[in-house]
Design a protein around this ligand. Structure first.
Ligand code: SF4
Length: 118
């Protein structure tokens, strides 16, 4: 096999492997669903996603009613993979939650967690 044929074969092999991996979902892992990393990366540097000073007492009570915590104790259930989290909806660039007012951390969790569709 000469060099030109070898390179063509190699190129085809690499390209077809990528096509096959994409077809079966084997490309790069989706970090947001696995760890919330993508969502965490969207937060502006220095943003405090636990600042609820602008909320009314009623809004704070609503937040407390779902028992939100800034760090999930359940490894596979956190705001970053919950269907109710909304990226960048808070004035400081933090994610919000559809169920209550104020920012949340992607690593957070509450008792209303519900798996986000893939
Ligand atoms: S429902 Fe709970 S887990 Fe889901 S985004 Fe809101 S606070 Fe996070």
């Amino acid at each position: 096999m000469n060099r030109k044929i070898f390179l063509k074969t190699l190129t085809f092999g690499v390209a077809s492997t990528g096509i096959l991996l994409s077809a079966c979902g084997g490309d790069a892992p989706k970090t947001e669903s696995a760890t919330g990393t993508d969502a965490a990366a969207s937060i502006p540097a220095g943003a405090d996603c636990n600042d609820i000073s602008a909320l009314t007492d009623a809004e704070k009570k609503q937040r407390e009613s779902v028992e939100y915590v800034t760090k999930s104790v359940t490894p596979d259930k956190f705001c970053g993979n919950c269907r109710f989290m909304q990226l960048g909806t808070q004035p400081n660039g933090c994610p919000g939650c559809q169920l209550f007012k104020g920012p949340v951390y992607p690593e957070g969790n509450c008792k209303s967690w519900f798996k986000k569709d893939a």
